[in-house]
Design a protein around this ligand. Structure first.
Ligand code: F6P
Length: 329
């Protein structure tokens, strides 16, 4: 954690990386709390892309009307390769200084926070991070904005798949998002009664999954659902289906849920989390704290240095998977 002693008058807010339901609620909180505290709040379009392209515009209270329930991000988002280079960052900082932005709130995932940390380390621009990603893979926070909505969206799809799987006595492999993390997979796997859950880190094997399916069949089960996290690239479910077919002759239907998990109206839990975190980010800046992320520990909001957030990996809760396996027997 770092401190700065400059009195701030104008802050910027941006969303960066993959969008997540609840980002709008976080933007709304930053803008409305900031203005209530006498600050001017500017929105930066599409994260680091707009910082480099100088798309930085004032936001008013009225701009925040009717957005708390909307998925996506009204500020747009993106991933900027240029910002990973020193010249890109210099361009961005020149624009921030020209717009007289004293401090920033960055709503995004760990890639976005690496950028935020660099802004403080290299240019002493104070930034506070708010974790917004459906993946829930941010070290230092139990929950990230968007995760609850994504899990519920995926679960709704899985429940529907279960209806058709049961009607046809079929095996389904459902692939959920999460890139290198298994949080969505483990949560929807437990909540959706999956027979096996594959996380990206090789927690189980196709042989074990086949054993679980066969044990189920022996007990009279006629349909099964396996959940897999996508891993590095989407399509892992097809590889698993091929492998099961080759080993057993069983046919598996594949359903890749994909980007629908990123959209939709945020759940109450995500709106509340986003509102609290957005407000806490502004409060932290007002107190002169920066280079931190607002995280959660249970129900409590905490502040975690960005350095620690970005250098550590949050591990998938394997106990949820063991429980899911036990309960699916
Ligand atoms: O990080 C959020 C996420 O949705 C991951 O779960 C997924 O792997 C990735 O973004 C997809 O990114 P894109 O929308 O750029 O394809």
């Amino acid at each position: 954690m770092a401190n700065f002693d400059k009195k701030i008058k104008r802050i910027g807010v941006y969303t960066s990386g993959g969008d997540a339901p609840g980002m709008n609620a976080a933007i709304r909180a930053v803008v409305r709390v900031g203005i209530a505290q006498g600050l001017e709040v500017y929105g930066i379009h599409a994260g680091y892309i707009g910082m480099i392209d100088n798309q930085i515009h004032p936001l008013q209270l009225g701009d925040m009307a009717n957005i708390i329930q909307r998925g996506g991000t009204i500020l747009k988002t993106g991933r900027s390769l240029e910002f990973t280079k020193p010249e890109g960052r210099q361009k961005a900082v020149n624009n921030l200084l020209a717009s007289k932005i004293d401090a920033l709130v960055c709503i995004g995932g760990d890639g976005s926070f690496r950028g935020a940390h660099a802004l403080w380390e290299e240019f002493k621009i104070p930034v506070v991070g708010v974790p917004g990603t459906i993946d829930n893979d941010i070290y230092g926070s139990d929950k990230t904005i968007g995760f609850d909505t994504a899990v519920n969206t995926a679960l709704e799809a899985i429940d529907r798949i279960r209806d058709t799987a049961a009607s046809h006595d079929r095996l389904f492999i459902v692939e959920v998002m999460g890139r290198n993390s298994g949080f969505i997979a483990s949560h929807v796997g437990l909540a959706g009664g999956a027979e096996e859950i594959f996380t990206p880190d090789g927690n189980t094997t196709v042989d074990k999954a086949i054993d679980h399916i066969k044990e189920g069949i022996a007990r009279g089960k006629s349909s099964s659902i396996l959940i897999t996290a996508e891993g590095q690239k989407p399509g892992r479910a097809y590889d698993l289906a091929d492998s099961i077919r080759k080993k057993t002759g069983m046919d598996a239907k594949v359903s890749i849920l994909g980007h629908q998990q990123r959209g939709g109206s945020p759940t109450a839990a995500d709106r509340i989390l986003a509102s609290r975190m957005g407000a806490a980010a502004v409060d932290a800046l007002q107190k002169g704290y920066c280079d931190i992320m607002i995280g959660t520990e249970g129900e409590r909001l905490i502040q975690v240095p960005l350095d620690i957030v970005t250098k550590n990996e949050k591990k998938t809760q394997m106990d949820l998977i063991s429980l899911a396996n036990l309960l699916a027997t």
